[in-house]
Structure formats: C-alpha cells, structure tokens
Ligand binder design. Sequence first.
Ligand code: FAD
Length: 442
Amino acid sequence: MSDELYPAVIAPLVSKRAHETLVKVKKFVDEECIPADTIYHEQVSHDPSKRWASVPPIIEELKVKAKKLGLWNMFLHAHYKEGPGFTNVEYGLMAEQLGRCLVASEAVNCAAPDTGNMEVFAKYANEEQKREWLVPLLEGRIRSAFCMTERFTASSDATNIQLSMRREGNEYVLNGRKWWASGAGDPRCKVWLVMGKTDASNPDRYRQQSVIIVPAHHPGSKVIRPTQIFGYDDAPHGHCEIEFTNCRVPAKNIVLGEGRGFEIIQGRLGPGRIHHCMRSIGAAEEALRYILARVTSPERRTFGKVLADHATVKAFIADARIDIDAGRLLVLQAAHAIDVSSAKDAQGLISSAKIYVPSMALRVIDRAIQLHGAGGVSQDFPLAYSYANQRTLRIADGPDEVHRDQLGRRELKRAERTTALLKAQSAEVERLRKQHNIAAKI
Ligand SMILES: Cc1cc2nc3c(=O)[nH]c(=O)nc-3n(C[C@H](O)[C@H](O)[C@H](O)COP(=O)(O)OP(=O)(O)OC[C@H]3O[C@@H](n4cnc5c(N)ncnc54)[C@H](O)[C@@H]3O)c2cc1C
C-alpha cells in the first residue's frame, strides 16, 4: 500500500468525515507523537519511589493538543451515543496510525485497556455506574484496568477463573489472585473491572462468572508487583499482580447482573482485538520505514554497496510489503463484518486476523532488527521494544492456539457440504466418461 492512507478497495467504506479525521491523526502522529515517544521514555522516573507514582508530563500535554484538534475517543464506534460515531473500518485505519508509536493511543484517549473497559461501561453498565466511571474515563481524567487472568489458573480458558465473589448482605466478598492487570500501575488508574465466580456450582459453566467494579486499591486488595515483558516493566502503566483478601465491594457494583461475566468479556474483546491488530499493522509499517531509511543510507555500505543493492535485502523488503498489505486487508475485512453484522458473527474473521497479524508484524520487525545489526536489538532504535510488545499479542486476548482451534472447528463445519460436493463431482466424472466412451481409470 506504501504511502496511501488505505487501500483503494476500502475507499467506499470511508466517509468524508472519517477521511479528514484520519489525515489529522496521521499528521498528529508524525509531527507530535513520534518525537514525543523518546521524551516519554526519558521522563519515566528511574527513582523507585517515583517510577509508579508519577506520569511523564508530555503525555498530558499531548492530550490537551489532541482534544483541541478534535482527536478524542474515536474508538467508541457508531453503536454508542457517547462516541463520535466512526465505523470499525474507519477507526481501524486510525488505529493503524496510532500503532506507529507508543504514546499516540493514550494521547487521543484510545489506549487499551481503557477502550475495552469504556465499551463495557457504555454497553453494560447502569446509569449510576456510567456517571461515576464512564464519564471520567471518556474525559481522560482517570484510567482503568481489567482483571481476569490469574497467576495460578490456565486463564486462556476463562471458565477456569477461580477468584471467589461471595455475596454477603449488600456486599460481595472477593478472594483470589489476579495478574497481568495492564494499566494498574498508573497513579491515574482509579477503577478495576474484576472477573470472578459468583456461582461455582452452576451446571452451566458459562453462567458461573460475573464482573464487578472495584475502586482501585480498595481495602482488602493489594498490588503485589508489576510483571515485566522481556525485562520491560512499562512503567508507569505496568501489568500488575493483585491479591484480593476478603475485599468487600458494594453489591450494586456488579455489572449487568450475576452470571453475566462471560457475556461481558466476549462483548469486550471482539472490537478490541481488531484495534490491537490495526495497531500491529502500524507497528509493522513503522518498522518498514526504518528498513527503508537504513538500507539506503550511504554510510552503511557493505562489500562496496549500500544495503539496498544486495538482492536478499530487496527480497526482505518485498516480503515485508506483501505481509503488511495482506494483514491489513484481513483486519479490515473483520472490521467490516463487525460493522455490517456483529462481533459474534465476525468471530471467524476476527480469529483469522488475530492469528495472522501479530506473527506477521513480528516477521517484519525481525527483518528490521536484522538490517540494523547490533543497533537493532539496542535501545537506540524503537525496534526491540516494538518486538517485545508485539510478541505479547500472540498470548494476550487469547493465545494463537485457542483462536486456531476455534477457526479450525469453524472450517470443519463445512466438511459435510464439501464432501457431498466432491462426491457429486466424482459421479459426474463417471457419467461424462461413459458418455464419451472413456474407460474408467484405476
Ligand atoms: C502484555 C500482556 C498484557 C496483558 N493484559 C491483561 C489484562 O489487562 N487483563 C487480563 O486479565 N489479562 C491480561 N493478560 C493476560 C492474557 O490475557 C493471558 O496471558 C492469556 O489469556 C493466556 O492465559 P495464561 O497466561 O493463563 O495462559 P494459559 O491458559 O496457561 O495457556 C498457556 C499456553 O497454553 C497453550 N494453549 C492454551 N489453550 C490451548 C489450546 N486450546 N490448544 C493448544 N494450545 C493451547 C497456548 O500456547 C498458551 O499460550 C495480558 C498478558 C500480557 C502478556
């Protein structure tokens, strides 16, 4: 696709308003956010007492600029009255631009996990819960975390979740251990959505779980530590391990009602996976830009040639171009299916994108690292950090294998029809042989 904003085949799906916003997003990312990335990293405190207690000032400055430009909450798509009304395809194209650097998504209030959490509040919360939590999230005054995964539970199967949520009078009492709660390290994170079991004996395994709103650091909860990704702690955002010991939460904080937890996480993850995938496309595009600059640099000649003049390097670049373009179309197809139907109906396409895109982005970033030599794995280029980030996406929001399993099962449903068609075609071959006096082959 090179320098165009989207493939021509997608153009009929992009309104004039979305196109104009996309142009603004790209300019904002190019001119403001990419240079701010370096400053953000430099402003994260190395003093252990401040690392998780302060926020790099540049991010709040960017938020003010983004709001002035009208670039805010674009993720909250047409179904929600609270949002600007873009389709998933339109926002997907914007998410691609935002994915080109670290700070852009947060700068326009479109960062995970807040996006998914705001969707939960917008879609499932009552008016009181929305007033208390959705409004400040939409305004970018607070941040949030989603606590589903458990350290001692195989959490890719959400029916395994163990955290106990026992009703006592007007309260629920929470006991259990969560980890990888992204964003819970941030001092601005004021609310956690916690998934647990309210009815472990329910014979329907998909009605045992519920989601409850817990104010961050509520009595009875304790942030134990931030976990690291290949040594990166992502401060001050963080991915935290949190223990709940007799943590008493008002019963009115339950979202949608007891036993509705599964429904909530399914509704939360569909569009969220598309957002992640489009940001991965952006990360891959950015790595390709780094490749182009590096291989044409006259200072980096080897064996008498600039790198681009070596045939293997051109092949690397061609493969990267094809990989990214194929991935983008896969994601946009899934986004369009959500727009015209629902995340549930688009499940197969969402799985395809979720399986293909993070691995594709990793291949492209890996080529970029390779072409930067030792510099590629160092802190001097954003490639190593980008690789670490993308690698997590093969696990987070459902590991590759779980999506492959679902997609494989979906395809197998066509087996009966496909077999019947093959049999009918073989019978027709026999009939044609007889008609043309051709002896049957053994
Ligand atoms: C950076 C990052 C951020 C995260 N943020 C959050 C967050 O904000 N909130 C939250 O709740 N969680 C979060 N997670 C956790 C993430 O969603 C879980 O790690 C994921 O769901 C997998 O669960 P698990 O780690 O318990 O792996 P397990 O369930 O133990 O699975 C381990 C492995 O088993 C294999 N496997 C599982 N099922 C199958 C199958 N059907 N067929 C074949 N192989 C299979 C896969 O290889 C899988 O990776 C985050 C994770 C990362 C890395």
